[in-house]
Design a protein around this ligand. Structure first.
Ligand SMILES: Cc1cc2nc3c(=O)[nH]c(=O)nc-3n(C[C@H](O)[C@H](O)[C@H](O)COP(=O)(O)OP(=O)(O)OC[C@H]3O[C@@H](n4cnc5c(N)ncnc54)[C@H](O)[C@@H]3O)c2cc1C
Length: 572
C-alpha cells in the first residue's frame, strides 16, 4: 500500500462508520429499545446530561461515535493540546465531592489529563453502562402520533425516545483537507482534530503544519522540538498570548474547593465564567496612561484569556482595541529575532479578541529556532500537495508529515451530518441559511422535544464550556421535569419567540468589532453580505438571567402540547 493511502486510511480509521455491535453493547440497553431520553455525544455535555437525566428517574441511552468518552478531549490528541481556560474553572461543578477529590496537576491541563478526568467522571457516576460507543447516530424521525423520535444508528440499531438531546458539540465536525494532490502524497498526513490514538513518528522528520489557529499555535512549539525541519504554513496570523502554564498550586485548588458552591455561583455572575484576568475592567478613558500600561503588562505577565478584558470598551472601540493589539504586536517583535518574520506573525487584519485569542507556550519564541520556517501563504499560496511535499506558487517544501490544523464546521456541522427530520420531512437547519434560528441556543422551531446543548444563540464557545454545558443540561432537565409534572407531551419554540431571540442575539453583537471579522463565529449571508454573529455575546451572566426569567414565566416562548390520555384513562 502507498504511504499516502496509509495516511488516508489512518485518518478515516478514526471516523468509525459501521462497527459490529458487540455483545457487551447489546446488554447495555437491557434489550429495551425505548428510552425517555437519548443523548448523542459523550463529551462534557453528554456525560453530564446522562447523569442529570438519569438522576430524575428518566431512562437514558447515550450514543457516541468514538470508542470512548471525552469528546473534544478524545479526538484532539495532538501534541501540545491543552485547555486555554484555567483548569480550576474548566471542570464540572455539579458534584462538590468530584471537584474536591480531583487534583489538576497543571494550571492548564493537557489533553491526556482532561481525557483521564472525563473517563473518571464517566466511571465514578457509573455512566458507561448507558453509552453505546462506536455507535454514531445516523438518522432520527419525529413521529407526532407517538410523540417520539425513531432513531437509527450507523451500526443499524434502532431506538425510540421522547427527548432527543444533541450533545454533539460545536467543534466536533472537522474540516477535512481538500488540497489538490493530497491523494498522491507519499508521506503521512494527520489532522489535529482527529489525531490518531497511536504514536505518530515526529523525531527527525520534516513536518509541515497547515493552519495557525488555536490548535496550530499549541502544536507548533512541541513539533519544532522534535522535527528535523518544521514549516508553518500561515494564511492569516492570529493573536496569541502566553499561558504562563505551571504546576497547579495545591493551596489555591484547596481554597477553591473549600469555597464551593459559592465559587460556582460567583462564576455564573461573570461574563464568561473564566477567572484568569485582572477583574472587571473599566473603560479605557477611566485609566491614566500609567495605569493602562500597568494593566497590559500585568495581564501579559499573568497570562491567559484576560488580554480580552484590559479595557471594557476594547471590543467595541477600534482605537481602544488598537492599543491592546499594538501592545501584543510589540511583544511579538520583542520575542522574534528576525524582524521580517515577526512582522509576518503580527496580525493586522482583525482587532484583537475578535477571533478566539490563542493561548500558547513559547509559540513566538519557536520562530527563533534554526529548524523552523514560516511560510506566508497569503503571499505565496499553496497550489497543490505533491508526492514529496507542498508546492506553493513560488516554492516547493519537501516533507515527511503534514499536520492539518484547519478547524471545524462550527455550530451546525454535527447537526448537518445526521439525517434528522420532523414529520414534514424537514431538517433542523433548513431555515438557517441566513444564520441559525434558535430559542436560547437550545431548540429550533418545528422540532418538538429536540434539544442541542450550547448551540448558536447561547454564549456557547464565548464562555467556559463546562459551565455552559452544565447550565444547558440543567435547563433541559428542569424543562422535562416541568412537562412530566404537568402531563405535557411535547415542547418546541414559538416561532415568534424564536424570531425575537434572533433579534436579541443580533442586538447584543451589533456594536461589536467582531461582527465585521472573518471568523467561524460569524455567518455571512451570500445574497447581501450581511453578517450574523452566532453566539449570544451579551454575557453568560445576562443570558442566565434571561433563562431564569423564562422559567419563572412558565417557559414563555416555548409551546407545549398535552399528553394524550390512553383509552384506559392514564396519560400516555
Ligand atoms: C482543540 C480544542 C480546544 C478547546 N479548548 C477549550 C477551552 O480551553 N475552553 C473552553 O471552554 N472550550 C474549549 N473548547 C471548546 C470545546 O468544544 C468545549 O470546551 C467542550 O469540550 C465541548 O464539549 P461538548 O460535550 O459540548 O462537545 P464535544 O466535546 O465536541 O463532544 C461532542 C461529542 O459528540 C460526538 N458526536 C458528534 N456527532 C455524533 C453523532 N452523529 N453520533 C454520535 N456521536 C456524535 C463526538 O464524537 C463527540 O464525542 C475547545 C475545543 C477544541 C476543539
Amino acid at each position: 500500500m502507498e504511504a499516502g493511502q496509509r495516511g488516508r486510511l489512518r485518518a478515516r480509521e478514526l471516523r468509525v462508520d459501521v462497527i459490529p455491535v458487540t455483545e457487551r453493547q447489546q446488554t447495555i440497553s437491557d434489550g429495551s429499545a425505548d428510552f425517555d431520553a437519548i443523548v448523542v455525544g459523550a463529551g462534557i455535555g453528554g456525560i453530564y446530561a446522562l447523569y442529570r437525566l438519569r438522576g430524575q428517574g428518566l431512562s437514558v441511552l447515550g450514543l457516541e461515535q468514538a470508542s470512548g468518552p471525552g469528546g473534544v478531549w478524545f479526538h484532539n490528541r495532538y501534541p501540545g493540546a491543552r485547555v486555554d481556560v484555567e483548569s480550576i474553572d474548566y471542570c464540572y461543578y455539579f458534584s462538590e465531592d468530584l471537584y474536591r477529590d480531583w487534583q489538576w496537576s497543571e494550571r492548564y491541563a493537557a489533553q491526556p489529563e482532561l481525557l483521564r478526568y472525563l473517563n473518571h467522571v464517566t466511571d465514578r457516576f457509573d455512566l458507561r453502562r448507558h453509552i453505546l460507543f462506536e455507535t454514531p447516530l445516523a438518522a432520527a424521525r419525529w413521529h407526532p402520533e407517538e410523540s417520539r423520535y425513531h432513531v437509527e444508528t450507523a451500526t443499524g440499531q434502532t431506538f425510540t425516545c421522547r427527548f432527543l438531546v444533541m450533545a454533539t458539540g460545536n467543534l466536533s465536525a472537522a474540516r477535512d483537507p481538500d488540497f489538490p494532490g493530497l491523494a498522491d502524497f507519499a508521506g503521512e498526513w494527520v489532522q489535529t482534530s482527529h489525531w490518531p490514538d497511536r504514536q505518530v513518528e515526529l523525531a527527525g522528520r520534516r513536518i509541515a503544519v497547515i493552519g495557525t489557529g488555536s490548535s496550530g499555535v499549541q502544536a507548533v512549539p512541541i513539533l519544532a522540538q522534535q522535527a528535523s525541519q518544521l514549516y508553518v504554513f500561515q494564511r492569516s496570523p492570529n493573536f496569541s498570548v502566553p499561558a504562563r502554564n505551571r504546576p497547579q498550586d495545591a493551596a489555591q485548588y484547596a481554597e477553591a474547593a473549600a469555597a464551593l458552591p459559592a465559587r460556582r455561583e460567583h462564576l455564573l455572575t461573570t461574563r464568561a465564567a473564566i477567572t484568569s484576568n485582572l477583574g472587571v475592567p473599566r473603560r479605557y478613558a477611566a485609566y491614566t496612561a500609567a495605569e493602562r500600561t500597568d494593566r497590559l503588562e500585568r495581564q501579559w505577565a499573568l497570562g491567559g484569556q484576560g488580554m480580552n478584558r484590559i479595557f471594557a470598551d476594547q471590543g467595541s472601540d477600534k482605537t481602544v482595541n488598537d492599543v491592546v493589539a499594538e501592545f501584543v504586536r510589540a511583544k511579538i517583535r520583542e520575542t522574534v529575532k528576525d524582524q521580517a518574520v515577526a512582522e509576518r506573525l503580527c496580525p493586522y487584519d482583525h482587532p484583537i479578541g475578535t477571533r478566539r485569542l490563542c493561548v500558547d507556550t513559547d509559540y513566538y519564541a519557536t520562530y527563533n529556532r534554526d529548524n523552523v520556517t514560516l511560510v506566508d501563504i497569503s503571499a505565496d499560496p499553496i497550489e497543490r500537495i505533491t508526492r514529496t511535499g507542498i508546492k506553493t506558487r513560488d516554492g516547493h517544501f519537501e516533507v515527511d508529515l503534514i499536520v492539518f490544523a484547519i478547524g471545524f464546521h462550527a455550530f451546525r456541522g454535527a447537526l448537518d451530518h445526521v439525517d434528522i427530520r420532523n414529520e414534514r420531512g424537514e431538517t433542523p437547519t433548513r431555515t438557517w441559511h441566513r444564520g441559525p434560528q434558535t430559542l436560547l441556543g437550545l431548540m429550533t422551531a418545528g422540532f418538538p422535544n429536540f434539544f442541542f446543548l450550547t448551540g448558536p444563540g447561547s454564549p456557547s464557545v464565548l464562555a467556559n464550556m463546562v459551565i455552559m454545558n452544565e447550565e444547558h443540561v440543567n435547563f433541559v432537565a428542569d424543562l422535562i421535569a416541568h412537562m412530566d409534572a404537568n402531563s405535557l407531551a411535547t415542547v418546541e419554540p414559538d416561532p415568534a419567540a424564536q424570531d425575537n431571540w434572533a433579534g436579541v442575539v443580533a442586538e447584543a453583537a451589533s456594536k461589536l468589532l467582531r461582527v465585521g471579522v472573518k471568523n467561524y463565529m460569524v455567518h455571512v449571508n451570500q445574497d447581501d453580505g450581511s453578517r450574523v454573529f452566532m453566539p449570544y455575546v451579551g454575557g453568560l451572566d445576562r443570558y442566565l438571567e434571561i433563562c431564569r426569567d423564562v422559567v419563572a414565566s412558565n417557559y414563555a416562548g416555548f409551546v407545549f402540547s398535552p399528553a394524550v390520555a390512553d383509552a384506559d384513562g392514564s396519560d400516555g
